[in-house]
Design a protein around this ligand. Sequence first.
Ligand SMILES: *Cc1c(COP(=O)(O)O)cnc(C)c1O
Length: 473
Amino acid sequence: MTHRTLPECGREPDEVLDALADFAADDPDYKRGRTWSLVYHLDDAHEDFAARAYRMYSSANGLNPAAFRSLKRLESEIISIEAGLFHGGPETCGVLTSGGTESCLLAVKTYRDMARARRRVRPPNMVLPVTAHVAWFKASDYFGVKVRLLPMTSGHATDIARLKRLIDRNTVMVLGSAPEYPHGTIDPIAEMGAICAARGVPLHVDACVGGFILPFMEMNGVDLPPWDFRVPGVTSISADLHKYGYAAKGASSILYRDLDILKHQMFVYQDWPGGVFASPALLGTRPGGAYAAAWATLQKFGVAGYRELAAQTTEAVEALKEGIARIDGLRLLGRPQGPLLAYGSSDRALSIFAVADQMEKRGWNVNRVQNPDGIHAMVTARHRAVTGEYLADLEQAVATVRADPSLAQTGGAATYGMLAHVPLRGMVKARVLDAFASMYRAGGGDLDLHEPAAPGLAERWMKKYVEWKSRRG
Ligand SMILES: *Cc1c(COP(=O)(O)O)cnc(C)c1O
């Protein structure tokens, strides 16, 4: 039964909730640790706890911080906890956001506007490592700040030697990640900070994924390079509570070294007929439930709880690294030091995307990365129990692909291989846009990018590309 129109009469609440539960039947199986991205799930008990906290504030609105004092208090306490974890000073300040992307977008807006207020910049640019999260490229697009790409070295680390030359007088900010999303490598923040401080350019550290695990790994004795406010050139940090903070979704944060920077993030309109209006972030209505669940989760785990979760995650990550190193034909990409990693093929004859298909056949939900090609794993404490099973399946998956190299030409391997390697990048963009947009028809549709590759697909793509080119003149 589909529900494309509003029911004439309301339905029984239990029936509605049952229907919701049914919808999830084909979703990724994250409760058993089969999903290696998107979800940070511990167990049902924790999920219930966060949901209870959420529900207490699900109608509360953080739009006006003077109205819901409770929410302003939760926000201040969370930011203060983070300032401590990230070694901020007495001037550290910050704002809760709805997610990592909002935090990243805000940093770009803030630094663009700060540069504009202090000097003439035209057109503004920012220096991003190629491994920067895609949210930064979105911010470039939204806010008109040009990207200057900092390439990777042959070891898939950010090439710091190029940084000095990329900064010019129109550079409004530089980005480093702790760690970056594609390979889990922590950028050389100390070196970047020294260069940025000398040039008077702000350095934002994207710790969206690392913010709630790296500090606890460090407390556990893991040797990590410095990446937080202890590095003098670091002017701001973004950190997601809804990743390794294990909060309910809808909670991230951005912290600045001082209020003089944060002021450029804020929006004030004093002449609105609806009243004098001030807003600290992108959203209007701000979800009280998400902030309550985040605060409650921090209180529930405390330092000891997060250290334990970090230790379990580290154990799982190390087991995976060792297991992958033992499988002939695989190699880690970059130098993963945090909770995530990616691995590719060290043997031209072995298609890593075909290995990914085999892993999916065995019930694992994996992500693929490109340039270089690889399989990604965002590892959580929950995964500790399944690494043995995962590695056994990975060994089998590699053997299966080695025995039948034609697997690289079928299924997801063919599609993803094409998407990653077809030199006509404009065509890839247009094709993805078409398929993606069509999912958003009222009534819904399915993404068909994953359709099994038919013979002649490359030719059809080329034809589409030619059509697309001619439409654009
Ligand atoms: C997840 C992530 C983001 C974006 O966060 P969302 O909550 O998914 O919007 C930004 N940067 C990094 C490094 C991330 O891992």
